[in-house]
Write a new protein. Sequence first.
Length: 198
Amino acid sequence: MVKLNKIYTKTGDNGTTGLVRGPRRMKHDLRVEAYGTVDEANSFVGMARLNTASMPKLDRLLARIQNDLFDVGSDLATPGADPDEATPSLRATPQQAQWIEEQIDYFNAGLKPLTSFVLPGGTPLAVALHLARTVTRRAERNVVALMAKEPDINSAALIYLNRLSDLLFVLARVANANGETDVLWTPGKYSSDTPPSR
């Protein structure tokens, strides 16, 4: 059971923060950046849920994703091996990524086939999901950079983020009438336009 009674501790006033274990890190530390960006992605998923009143199934799916993202963040905030095998640390699991894959397959099956790249637009829900997708991609890049520096990172956390960004793309298309109202990229559409005269 997690108990958080005091909101401010003043221990971070010197620019450091505490992890689940190990020495304190600077707030610009790559590990802190990685789990902080996961938290940011989670916030954008929460924002997307403001637009799911007419889609309760999608809202439940996003609620589960938010919980899983907290697992991923906890994983990234817990460096090193467990000192006590009897009480293992919370880690992202392959089963969580597998569930994401199943959702991708389910929702993608009903989408209009793509004829071009999709621009982040359409309904408010689609735009919010695209925002969550791009922040998730940034979190993924941060984890890749962290893995190059600290090789003990759980690969399941990285795989989860990779799959999640794909799912968020698919769900954005679902939010655009299953792809019917996607905003598509037209390569070079305005490249030869004459600039307006002043």
